[in-house]
Write a new protein. Structure first.
Length: 189
């Protein structure tokens, strides 16, 4: 059985946990310690608040252990805030968090909580049919390096990308019943 961890310091981690329980052969693990980071086969960085999550990563001593596991090839998927945590550059900010993925992300690019929306879209590398996408105070990806594959765009903005073992999405699959992105992550283990 494969273990997929969900960073459980802040944000929508419990929703990811319940989605992972729907997959055969997958054991979801709520991650709050270095020992848990060392014991998992893949990691999800959930939506939430990037400044808070970045601070908590440092406070819990998880920043470097997570970076080392990702650099070592552990699959990781950042949803919404998770994409901000993984980005090497954040628009109008000097500091980054994990700073591993060759992307530049704009925080809250789609506006405030009141600007949240849902749509359906085909992301061919992930699913053969359109999947529901939920955007809540969502970032978008301003730029990617040549070693990053763009998986999806919405209204001319990059909303999903992959670089080696790292996947990012601007939206929240954990707020739907669609398992496509979870299956996509698990195939990378």
């Amino acid at each position: 059985m494969k273990s997929v961890g969900i960073l459980a310091l802040q944000g929508s981690f419990i929703e990811h946990y319940y989605m992972l329980r729907e997959l055969d052969g997958i054991k979801p693990v709520l991650v709050k310690s270095v020992d848990e980071i060392e014991s998992i086969d893949a990691l999800i960085l959930p939506g939430g608040e990037s400044t808070a999550q970045g601070k908590l990563l440092n406070d819990f001593g998880l920043t470097e252990p997570i970076k080392e596991r990702i650099k070592g090839g552990m699959p990781v998927w950042g949803t919404c805030t998770g994409s901000i945590l993984l980005a090497k550059k954040i628009v109008d900010e000097e500091n980054t968090h994990l700073g591993l993925m060759d992307i530049e992300v704009k925080r809250n690019a789609y506006g405030s909580q009141l600007d949240s929306f849902k749509t359906n879209m085909l992301i061919e590398e992930v699913s053969k049919s359109p999947i529901p996408l939920v955007f809540i105070r969502a970032p978008w990806i301003e730029r990617v390096s040549s070693n990053v594959s763009v998986l999806g765009e919405f209204d001319g903005r990059i909303i999903a990308a992959r670089q080696d073992n790292m996947i990012v999405t601007s939206f929240h699959p954990e707020l739907t019943s669609d398992l496509s992105f979870y299956e996509y992550l698990v195939k990378r283990i």
